[in-house]
Design a binder for this molecule. Structure first.
Ligand SMILES: [Zn+2]
Length: 289
């Protein structure tokens, strides 16, 4: 069986036909054309699907920017697209006469890691993408945990300091996203995450001190996540995670000291395994699981 995975971003839409062994058979990319309005940008989604589709595709999975409701497939609104209350799953499903599911990128990527990647074989998975924001996904026995309204697992907006001077993009104060995301690194330290990574690699003391600070917040937060979820594995992806070993070593050291869970030191904290295709694989996983 093959399915189609569609990854909608603010500037481009990537679609790919994916086999049930996670092999990406072919892909297309089209511009989102977000600034040209709703009709044009939704038309680009259809175009990406049409260009990839063949008779063997059994279902379509879509990752979309949100907030969205994965239970109904409705995208409520998104900062990057001129969309309001778009019933995306229904629109695409009816147009192409195929089952269609929609979810956000962190949930979908977490599922893909659980099915095909670094969390393969584990039954409870906490997935983190450290990127411009901090997205998370909870996967239990190969299913995304959505909660009552489809808004569960917004772990990036868990408060780590309730009197924090740092205001998060979501309007709350003291979210972990306001401390350790790519955007937060730029705001707090005036450097991009890639520059920080280069400084860390070169052994620059200022860069290492900043990494300590970022990891102290992340480790305290991950400790709380372990206290809450006691997951089998924690998988971390996203651009900031490309700092690599220096980041993971710190998190493995700090996290077990910030939880009541006496087994936390045994919880693997591992890098995501799926590379550039994680968006397409995540979308495909929605209809393969
Ligand atoms: Zn927030």
């Amino acid at each position: 069986m093959t399915v189609l995975g569609v990854d909608i971003g603010g500037t481009k839409i990537a679609a790919g036909v994916v086999a049930d062994n996670a092999e990406v058979l072919r892909t297309v990319t089209v511009p989102t054309r977000a600034s040209e309005g709703y009709e044009v940008s939704i038309g680009q989604v259809y175009k990406a699907v049409e260009e990839c589709l063949d008779g063997d595709v059994a279902a379509i999975g879509i990752c979309s920017p949100g907030p969205l409701n994965p239970k109904t497939g409705v995208v409520l609104h998104t900062p990057n697209l001129p969309w309001r209350n778009v019933p995306l799953a229904e629109l695409v499903g009816q147009r192409f006469h195929l089952p269609c599911k929609v979810d956000n990128d962190a949930n979908a990527a977490g599922l893909a890691e659980a099915l095909f990647g670094a969390a393969r074989g584990y039954s409870s998975v906490f997935y983190v993408t450290l990127s411009t924001g901090i997205g998370t996904g909870i996967v239990l026995d190969r299913k995304i945990y959505h909660g009552k309204n489809g808004f569960a697992a917004e772990g990036g907006h868990v408060t780590v300091d309730y009197r924090s001077p740092l205001v998060c993009n979501c309007g709350n104060i003291g979210c972990i996203e306001a401390y350790s995301s790519g955007t937060a690194i730029e705001k707090r330290f005036g450097v991009r995450a890639e520059e920080l990574a280069r400084g860390v690699e070169a052994g620059d003391p200022t860069a290492l001190q900043r990494l300590d600070e970022i990891c102290l917040a992340l480790g305290a937060w991950l400790g709380s996540m372990i206290s809450l979820l006691d997951p089998d594995v924690i998988v971390i992806g996203g651009g900031v995670a490309r700092i690599g070993d220096p980041l993971f070593e710190r998190l493995r050291r700090i996290t077990p000291t910030r939880t009541i869970n006496p087994f936390a030191a045994d919880t693997p904290i591992v890098p995501a395994a799926l590379g550039d295709n994680v968006g397409i694989l995540g979308a495909a996983a929605l209809v393969l699981a």
